[in-house]
Design a protein around this ligand. Structure first.
Ligand SMILES: [Zn+2]
Length: 347
């Protein structure tokens, strides 16, 4: 025995035109004995893809038609050609008809050209939701795994390879970078006015901002490839102890401007408004040496405790060994191991 389910989707526009699509799902009774009740992820994918296909096709056709009308003389522009365009959405990939309209010859005499209206509404061949979702997953896990997770729950074809996830993650990252730069430019223009508004009180911990910054070399996964690069990683936080939160940033650029822009943007996220002490804590690496100088004044630069301790550690080990390897207990014990420890605490 089996039941055929029919899901009907009906769209009506303001002129009363109705567009109707039906989706069929067959459900046999036998599967109930296997503990298989209700709709599965696969059924969900089938339904969502069919619905999405109907909605996307209708919307793209309507938009193309709307753009076919010349806004100056209200006549139809002539057709250059029809191709198809693939639009990727989180609930399915839809192939739609992609017309190209010629420019109106009456209104633009002598100008020969054509345009694709769908390029205007979907330049990435994927919806912004799809772009953001892939980028978000791509930033949390390896690209291959992100592609697998997406295909597991969403009606996305296996052709959505990890290369696509990688490409989208990078593209969204670049857009975020551009946005940061634009916001920083805007903020910089207003920073000088603001600085005069509040009196600066030195030594006020709540007004101190701390940037803990470090670099990391990322080596290529392929041993023979020479593509290594350097990342700058930082935590921007308020001074004082036990303050929760803080903003992290990572940049693949070691350019001073990029580090400065990212740091200022992250500092603004924790309440920095152009005044207050800024402390930069780093390991003193070459690329970070100039960072404190580029930051707004007053900025203090200190080497972090971890890196100081790392430098002392080998000396400490040598000193301990010397102290232990005394040939005779009669000779006075050298104090070198205690001296080295004292140096560490002094620093
Ligand atoms: Zn015209």
């Amino acid at each position: 025995m089996a039941v055929e389910w029919t899901i009907t989707i009906e769209g009506k526009n303001e002129f009363g035109d109705v567009c109707r699509k039906a989706v069929h799902i067959d459900k046999s009774w036998d599967r109930l004995f296997d503990g298989d009740i209700g709709l599965s992820i696969e059924d969900g994918k089938t339904i969502m893809t069919a619905l999405q296909r109907a909605v996307v096709a209708h919307e793209t056709e309507t938009y193309s038609l709307f753009r076919r009308v010349c806004p100056d003389c209200h006549s139809f522009r002539s057709v250059k050609d029809y191709t198809s365009r693939r639009i990727r959405t989180v609930i399915g990939t839809v192939d739609v008809r992609n017309p190209r309209w010629m420019l109106c010859q009456d209104c633009h005499p002598g100008m020969v050209g054509a345009f694709a209206p769908l390029k205007e509404i979907c330049p990435d061949r994927a919806t912004s939701e799809m772009m953001e979702l892939t980028a978000r997953l791509g930033s949390m896990m390896p690209y291959r795994q992100a592609a697998k997770v997406l295909a597991e729950f969403l009606p996305i074809e296996p052709t959505e390879t990890y290369a696509t996830v990688c490409k989208r993650t990078i593209r969204i990252g670049e857009r975020l970078d551009d946005q940061t730069v634009r916001e920083t430019w805007k903020a910089r223009a207003q920073a000088d006015d603001r600085r005069q508004l509040e009196m600066h009180l030195p030594g006020d911990r709540r007004k101190e901002f701390v940037i803990s910054i470090d670099t990391a070399h990322v080596r290529s996964a392929e041993p023979n490839a020479a593509r290594n690069f350097e990342l700058v990683v930082a935590l921007c936080d308020r001074g004082g102890r036990g303050e929760p939160g803080g903003r992290y940033f990572v940049t693949g650029s070691t350019a001073q401007q990029a580090i400065r822009d990212r740091a200022l943007h992250a500092l603004e996220g924790v309440g920095y408004r152009g005044f207050g002490d800024v402390t930069v804590i780093s390991d003193g690496a070459e690329v970070l040496k100039r960072a404190p100088r580029d930051m707004p004044k007053p900025t203090t630069d200190i080497i972090d405790w971890f890196h100081i301790a790392m430098k002392i550690q080998p000396m400490q080990q040598i000193a301990d060994r010397i102290a232990r390897s005394q040939p005779s207990p009669i000779e006075p014990l050298p104090t070198i191991h205690r001296d080295v420890r004292a140096v560490k605490w002094r620093l």
